[in-house]
Design a protein around this ligand. Structure first.
Ligand code: HEM
Length: 172
């Protein structure tokens, strides 16, 4: 089975707006925080960015929207741990998509490096925070997660989160 790809690249807003114009036929989404601006692409074409971080989509629910709030959980996984990790996500609770303010989720397998990304998109930061403090989050992580004693064996380093607002570049 062929997996759809995701590619992400960083750049100045100016550069990314230009990239957007150069590819009128594809949909790019833009994410921004205090540190950086990121272009997000989803599809078959892996060569869209000169220096993209590329992933295969292992699981997806919901369409990525142009507005909202994104939280990515970046989880380093050992080579031998990959099947176990992916299996855990195949059997994930599935309650996040029932949550108020949820927009989309992508489980992303890295094409280089060892860091999987659990990409979640929310209507706003509050909806994410509410889920993070909920029983639903706790249950989904009863065998893993920040408060779990003892790291699951497939994790090969520290998981870290990155958070962004969706932004749009106005047409000029
Ligand atoms: C050290 C921190 C974390 C680790 C190691 C971790 C790992 C995992 C693992 C292994 C699963 C699959 C279910 C299981 O086997 O437990 C899972 C589910 C999930 N994780 Fe995390 N996680 C962490 C924190 C977070 C954070 C901060 C987010 C925020 C985006 C997040 C988002 C999710 C989502 C959306 C699911 C699926 C829940 C569902 O299906 O309802 N995780 N996580």
């Amino acid at each position: 089975m062929a997996f759809l790809k995701v590619s992400m690249t960083n750049g100045t807003p100016n550069y990314l707006a230009k990239l957007d114009k150069q590819h009128p036929d594809v949909t790019l989404h833009f994410l921004q925080n205090e540190d950086k601006t990121v272009a997000y692409y989803e599809g078959d074409d892996t060569s869209i960015f000169a220096e993209g971080r590329e992933y295969e989509i292992v699981d997806a629910v919901g369409d990525i929207k142009d507005s909202g709030y994104v939280v990515m959980n970046n989880i380093p996984v050992s080579d031998e741990g990959r099947p176990v990790f992916e299996d855990r996500f195949k059997n994930r609770a599935g309650s996040v998509e029932e949550t108020e303010g949820f927009q989309a989720i992508r489980i992303l397998r890295p094409l280089s490096g060892n860091t999987y990304v659990v990409f979640t998109q929310w209507r706003n930061e509050e909806s994410f925070t509410r889920w993070k403090n909920s029983q639903s989050f706790e249950k989904a992580h009863s065998q893993s997660g920040p408060d779990h004693k003892g790291k699951p064996s497939f994790i090969d380093g520290e998981a870290y989160i990155t958070q962004y607002h969706m932004v749009q570049f106005s047409e000029e």
